[in-house]
Design a protein around this ligand. Sequence first.
Ligand SMILES: [Zn+2]
Length: 162
Amino acid sequence: MIKCKTSEDCYIGSTVNIKRRLKEHKYRSKNDTNPLYQFIRNNGCWDNFEFSILEENCIKLKETEQAYIETIESTLNTNRASIDYKTHLALGLIHSKKWRLNNPDIVKKYKDKYNKWTLTCECGEENVNRNHMSRHRSSYRHKKKVAEKVAELTTDENLSAS
Ligand SMILES: [Zn+2]
């Protein structure tokens, strides 16, 4: 999953080779006209996007990918570059809604998984719930940890300089 840090926009993808896929994304984001890459360019480039792995060693890769796309309503999954972004988004939302109505069990399964999904914050805090990330980042605990890290780094630099 590639997610914009400043909005809920995201892209869900699947691959058997993450390294190669990420390289491709980075390369194509430079001037590819696919809506995903245009969006990345128009929204602060890679610094403003975070990448994370939702599932590893998936057996039904494409099925799982589709389930996440529809459940999370990922806004940047499209190959229809010919239609404008707003139209695409509206069509996508209608499609996702229909899909969810027809597949309530799958939606429940993936929604639960997604809600329980945790990340390691850059401050070092482990198992932060994805939905609580922005709240965590503005917390005293996070700020304190970041400050400690910065202090540590500064001390290291001083040591190596002397
Ligand atoms: Zn943190």
